[in-house]
Design a protein around this ligand. Sequence first.
Ligand code: K1U
Ligand code: ZN
Length: 173
Amino acid sequence: MALRPIVKLPDPRLRQRSEPVGPVNDELRALVRDMLETMYDAPGVGLAAIQVGVPKRLIVVDVGKTSEDREPIVLLDPEITWASEETRVHEEGCLSIPDYYEEVERPERIGFRYRDLDGGTVESEADGLLATCVQHEIDHINGVLFIDHLSKLKRDRVVKKFAKAAKREGDGP
Ligand code: K1U
Ligand code: ZN
């Protein structure tokens, strides 16, 4: 297992639409193991493959409260099948936009479908943090970031800040 570096804003890979996962093989299982290790190490409650530079429609999620309480979910080619009209505001962060948190309004409950690593199709429903997290991660595989749900003013401000920081790091010795 290995920690993989997390792609950060303004890396253009974060804006690409990821491709279907394809067959489950040893390479994919190794990627899933690395993504889980990287997510727990960060720490985070979700991670999309594109955040470690792999443009596949693969996400991992674990909203368990403690490390004794781990319940990872691995979702291949996930799709939202329905969304409630009721919305919920939750403070979101993103491992690709470190140390920046803002409230985002999304549907409170969702239905979603995905393939699991055993080749089965799973139909599921979620509310609370799991619903928020699955929507945040599915956005990632479509090239959408949580800052796209904010006002243009806030989004432009954060993009500018991260672009400046990336330039500074590039300019360094
Ligand atoms: O996709 C990501 O960048 C991961 C992101 C997911 C997420 C967070 C909050 C709401 C929706 C989706 C994170 O995990 S950011 C870190 C974080 O929220 C967290 C870290 C440690 C404990 C609990 C939460
Ligand atoms: Zn994110």
